[in-house]
Design a protein around this ligand. Structure first.
Ligand SMILES: Nc1ncnc2c1ncn2[C@@H]1O[C@H](C[S@+](CC[C@H]([NH3+])C(=O)[O-])CC(=O)[O-])[C@@H](O)[C@H]1O
Ligand SMILES: O=C(O)C(=O)Cc1ccccc1
Length: 258
């Protein structure tokens, strides 16, 4: 499974020189160019979480929706799809007629490239890439929703409404997979996790300047919740059952069952 031609993926050098301290992180052309390298070196467990998505889909996508041609299909949403890595992982494991994938991202730089990569690799699959704010989209009935490192970029006040939209669209037996960076409620545990996370980034070749530059740029952009906070919010929106199935330092993935 190739995300895109490796020759076209740039090494992430975004924070190698001192930048305007006020520069906010954004998903622009520069980030898009190095995104696969950035996310692989910056998110512990990223590849392992992606690899489990088709395994979960096998169990929970039960062809409960009607496709345009009248056939039964499973509809899956990839919300905040970036370059479509989660959609790629799913398409690779399903026959074209079994799955309808709707991949949505607010960044046109991301969706332009995602559409090319997905359609080039899986021309027979029913994959729609949409440029939209996931806060504005009313989801159609679906079997699986993927929020892989996306909710953390929404203002905290908007998160419940997005999850309610997802809850309402999911069919009985469907799942939400929610992957997030978190912080620990306990300050000492949090400090330990953050320091070991920076060690992880150092081990992946990032310098002190790159680590601190990115931290500054992400301030007020990537706003973490605690793991408990996520579970409480999932309860609040109506999910009766939800389980942390993956944790690697401060990164977690939860599966919520409808
Ligand atoms: N309101 C919004 N509406 C839609 N998209 C949004 C919004 N806000 C932010 N985004 C998008 O959410 C994505 C977050 S990256 C997801 C990785 C991907 N899931 C992956 O499996 O590789 C995670 C990261 O970079 O840490 C970006 O592409 C934003 O444009
Ligand atoms: O790099 C970081 O500090 C992160 O928290 C992960 C990340 C990865 C890609 C874009 C934004 C944040």
């Amino acid at each position: 499974m190739s995300q895109s031609n490796p020759a076209t993926i740039k090494h992430d050098t975004l924070f190698t020189t001192p930048l305007d301290k006020a520069a906010r992180f954004s998903f622009d052309e520069q980030v898009v160019a190095c995104f696969p390298d950035m996310i692989r070196r910056s998110v512990p467990g990223y590849g392992q979480v992606l690899a489990m998505l088709p395994i979960f889909a096998r169990r929970h996508c039960k062809y409960r929706q009607q496709g345009d041609d009248g056939r039964r299909v499973s509809r899956v949403y990839d919300l905040g799809c970036s370059l479509g890595a989660a959609s790629m992982a799913l398409a690779g494991e399903f026959a074209p007629q079994d799955l309808q994938i709707k991949a949505i991202d607010i960044s046109p730089a991301m969706t332009t490239k995602a559409a090319t990569v997905l359609n080039d690799n899986y021309p027979e699959h029913d994959i729609e890439v949409v440029t939209a704010d996931i806060r504005d989209v009313t989801l159609e009935p679906c079997d699986m929703v993927i929020l892989n490192l996306t909710l953390q970029f929404l203002p905290a006040a908007d998160r419940v409404a997005v999850l309610e939209n997802i809850y309402n669209a999911l069919s009985e037996g469907g799942i939400l997979v929610l992957t997030e960076k978190t912080h620990a409620f306990d300050e000492q545990y949090d400090a330990w996790l953050v320091e070991r996370y920076y060690d992880f980034k150092r081990a992946n070749g990032y310098t002190e300047m790159e680590i601190s530059g990115k931290r500054n740029a992400l301030e007020n952009v990537l706003i973490t919740d605690t793991l408990d906070g996520h579970h409480q919010r999932l309860d609040k929106v109506g999910f009766a059952r939800h389980l942390t199935w993956f944790q690697f330092l401060n990164f977690v993935s939860i599966v919520a069952f409808k």
